[in-house]
Write a protein that binds this ligand. Structure first.
Ligand SMILES: C[S@@+](CC[C@H](N)C(=O)[O-])C[C@H]1O[C@@H](n2cnc3c(N)ncnc32)[C@H](O)[C@@H]1O
Length: 277
């Protein structure tokens, strides 16, 4: 079932929760047969920053593809070329810049702050040929804390982008993180969100021994991933103070002909506004 304010995109008739087959249901149940032990779950939380930094050490800038779909999916970004005054965008969990550099190439009227808690990722962002501090400033922070207020003032940001990042954070810290982003936004500002959806094929593939908590898993490399329902996202962003503009599942396929991969993916995409008082 989709939340009350959920927006079903016309171009996607299947913007609903995935119905599991009996085989998939049994795979999910089997994940409960052996959970990640508590000491390891605690260690993963304490070492989250280190594990993401090692991820970038192993993969450098090769892992994620440049996100060229963002201007198409989020019209709020393309509107920035028309607006007279430059807008301020904060990209949270920017990784090596796969989201921000395609935006810079679009020559939008934006100043971009890009933050991540992996120091190595930030170094990659800064060493990009398009890094220019008149257009972009990258810095290292843990967004689940209040460190970001050393860099940005309350109500100083027009657009927050949160793309495949909340899922990497412990569920106990979702609300605190969203509240911080709410405080950073100017009244009238918007948060653009995309992340993993409930029962995405990556969730179904986890074996017993990898589940930390409901819909929250450990990958082999120690990074973690959460899978969201639209109802849950709706409730979280509302509790953080946002008004939901759109919030729905989107179904895509990951295709790699060379490796004969063609798998369905489920993401959640939403736009959440800070309504002026
Ligand atoms: C899956 S990657 C997404 C990167 C980028 N947003 C993109 O779309 O290509 C998740 C990113 O979130 C960052 N991250 C995870 N937890 C974070 C935290 N507490 N504070 C800041 N960044 C965090 C990781 O270092 C990683 O770069």
């Amino acid at each position: 079932m989709i939340g009350m304010d959920a927006h079903v995109e016309e171009r996607d008739e299947r913007s609903v929760e995935r119905t599991l087959t009996a085989d998939e249901r049994s795979k999910l149940e089997n994940q409960n047969s052996r959970l990640v032990p508590q000491f390891l779950a605690t260690k993963l939380e304490l070492e989250a920053k280190k594990n993401w930094d090692l991820f970038y050490k192993r993969n450098d800038t090769r892992f994620f593809k440049d996100r060229h779909w963002t201007v198409r999916e989020f019209s709020e970004l393309s509107e920035c070329s028309a607006s007279e005054k430059s807008k301020v965008l904060l990209e949270v969990g920017c990784g090596v810049g796969n989201f921000v550099y395609p935006l810079i190439e679009e020559k939008l009227n934006l100043f971009i702050y890009a933050c991540d808690f992996s120091p190595r990722a930030i170094e990659y962002v800064k060493s990009h040929s398009l890094y220019d501090e008149t257009k972009i400033k990258a810095f290292q922070v843990d967004i689940t804390t209040d460190e970001i207020f050393h860099y940005l003032q309350c109500e100083s940001v027009d657009i927050v982008t949160l793309v495949f990042v909340l899922s990497a954070i412990h569920p106990d810290k979702f609300l605190q993180t969203l509240r911080t982003l709410f405080i950073l936004l100017k009244p009238g500002g918007i948060m653009l969100f995309r992340d993993y959806g409930l029962y995405d094929m990556a969730q179904l593939r986890f074996k017993a021994g990898n589940k930390i908590a409901e819909n929250f898993y450990m990958r082999q490399d120690g990074t973690r991933s959460y899978y969201f329902s639209v109802e849950e996202v709706h409730q979280l962003v509302k509790d953080a103070g946002f008004q939901v503009t759109t919030n729905s599942y989107i179904h895509r396929r990951t295709v790699n002909k060379k490796e004969e991969i063609d798998v369905p993916r489920i993401f959640i995409q939403g736009k959440f506004r800070k309504v002026p008082p």
